[in-house]
Design a protein around this ligand. Structure first.
Ligand SMILES: Cc1cc2nc3c(=O)[nH]c(=O)nc-3n(C[C@H](O)[C@H](O)[C@H](O)COP(=O)(O)OP(=O)(O)OC[C@H]3O[C@@H](n4cnc5c(N)ncnc54)[C@H](O)[C@@H]3O)c2cc1C
Length: 474
């Protein structure tokens, strides 16, 4: 390992990409400066993304289960929602975690600067601190981890307090009677679920023929069915052509072949149509860094930009825009700087939609295999045959595995069901370890757990799943 103790690294952006990079660089003995506008590291994920949304989804789940419990002989009174307290609990979660990162940063002697950075050249940053003072700092290497922001659709640009992006929706200013969610991606569905659980009548509009484009359709179906009950409406193949603030609400005009009601008024509108990379970093043009046509900073497998002294990681370099991908890239970039022979080349990046049921997948999807015309063998284990799923009264799940039929190697995993987000980690490990169907099938899983559905789905590969009877042919 080369000596990296004399290297001075700057990390621009304190999200899960930036702080993971900064912390590893400090652990490897480098001098590290981490710059972010917030008082502590955390970025979008901790302040206005993953963490606050999951805190609210936890509450949504509780509310949903308190309804379902009637079927189990337990009836609760109608919930009283103290919105101020719910908000402050969510904020306390964010504060606890970002404060913890602040402590970890100090313990590692990372020089944390609250402010914004601009590039003066490939190795010099002009930092404008939160108190307004400016400072030019010179580094050996710079890692750009500036993340992303909500995308804006020109037709939905309306200066009205009733219009929200994901950040506004997480602020939870009120519980509107009606909410229009524009965009059937994971952020819209997660936040729509929160509001629906709190009592809002939610309508989701998606311009494509299905929710969650990118996920296999058989994983989406159980969620779609449940959301149809939870939401007022799910309008597919539909776009919102215009929005108008009429004082008492936002009038939305719908467009599409299946539209029955052309116009409808909503108390609030959440626009969640994707995210845009924050690649317009001031002074970037003074370096050799190249930005691609979709606005992502271009990097190679070592996360190095076209400027050899500058690396870039996380949402600003491309899809999937997920926190764990950003962190992994951050750690790889630092290892590369430290002289290790590494590259960002995962076999599986998990994606989780934290709705109810959850959807999670990793590695090759069936849709992608079809697109590539690649021969695969898919096995499915329905949760109706899982003892644990029945004890939870959640048989509406399915675990599917995607194998290479020749080598029997596991290529992909898809799960829909309560807690799928936790289960998918086993799939990621199995794929990364190049597990074969036999490896997964003959690994003893604890009973009764939902994790058994992964083992049994692998048993399906051999036609010998314990809890599925398949009559012999002939
Ligand atoms: C509502 C919502 C829910 C989400 N849920 C999940 C989830 O459950 N799981 C998941 O994996 N992902 C989730 N995400 C996505 C996740 O938040 C991002 O993928 C992740 O935060 C990306 O990390 P990052 O380090 O690339 O950048 P970010 O977290 O975006 O952080 C970038 C930081 O850089 C700062 N910055 C920008 N420019 C400058 C500059 N010039 N100088 C200094 N600082 C600068 C920004 O202010 C920001 O703090 C969610 C996102 C949203 C919006």
């Amino acid at each position: 390992m080369s000596d990296t103790t004399n290297l001075h690294i700057a990390v621009v952006g304190g999200g899960p990409g930036g702080y993971a990079a900064a912390f590893l660089a400090a652990d490897l003995g480098m001098a590290v400066t981490l710059i972010d506008p917030e008082v502590n590291p955390g970025g979008v994920c901790l302040y206005r993304g993953c963490i606050p949304s999951k805190a609210l989804l936890h509450v949504a789940k509780l509310l949903e289960e308190s309804q379902q419990s009637k079927d189990w002989g337990i009836e609760f009174a109608a919930p009283k929602i103290d919105l101020a307290r719910l908000r402050s609990w969510k904020e306390s979660v964010v504060k606890k975690l970002t404060g913890g990162l602040g402590v970890l940063s100090k313990q590692r002697k990372v020089h944390y600067v609250q402010g914004r950075a601009a590039l003066e050249n490939s190795t010099t940053l002009r930092v404008t601190k939160s108190d307004g003072t400016q400072e030019s700092l010179i580094f050996d290497r710079i890692i750009l981890a500036t993340g992303s922001r909500p995308a804006i659709v020109p037709t939905l640009k309306l200066d009205s307090p009733r219009m929200m992006d994901s950040t506004g929706a997480l602020n939870l200013e009120d519980i509107p009677a009606t909410l229009l969610v524009v965009g059937g991606g994971y952020i819209g569905l997660e936040l729509g679920s929160v509001y629906a659980a709190l009592g809002t009548r939610v309508t989701v509009v998606e311009m494509l023929p299905g929710l969650l484009p990118g996920a296999d359709r058989d994983l989406v179906t159980p969620l779609h069915k449940r959301l149809e009950k939870m939401f007022d409406g799910i309008l597919l193949n539909t776009t919102v052509a215009a929005v108008k603030d009429e004082g008492g609400g936002i009038r939305a005009t719908f467009d599409g072949p299946e539209v029955k009601e052309r116009e409808k008024v909503f108390d609030r509108v959440l626009v969640s149509v994707g995210r845009k990379p924050n690649s317009e970093i001031p002074g970037l043009e003074k370096t050799r860094v190249q930005v691609g046509p979709r606005g992502f900073i271009q990097v190679n497998k070592q996360l190095q930009t076209d400027d050899p002294d500058i690396y870039a990681i996380g949402d600003v370099v491309g899809e999937p825009m997920l926190a764990h991908k950003a962190s992994h890239e951050g750690r790889i970039a630092v290892e590369v700087i430290a002289g290790h022979k590494v590259a960002f080349e995962p076999n599986a990046i998990p994606a989780v939609v934290f709705t109810d049921p959850e959807i999670a997948w990793c590695g090759l999807t069936e849709t992608e295999a079809q697109r590539q015309n690649r021969e695969i063998k898919v096995t499915r284990f329905p949760w109706a045959a899982s003892g644990r799923a029945i004890t939870l009264d959640r048989p509406d799940g399915m675990t599917k595995l995607i194998f290479d039929p020749q080598t029997e190697r596991l290529l992909g995993v898809g799960i829909v069901g309560a807690g799928a987000g936790e289960l998918i980690a086993e799939g990621v490990l199995a794929i990364e370890m190049a597990a074969l169907a036999r490896d997964v099938a003959s690994t003893i899983h604890p009973h009764p757990t939902l994790s058994e559905t992964i083992m049994e789905s692998a048993e399906v590969f051999f036609g010998t799943s314990t809890h599925i009877y398949r009559p012999k042919r002939g």
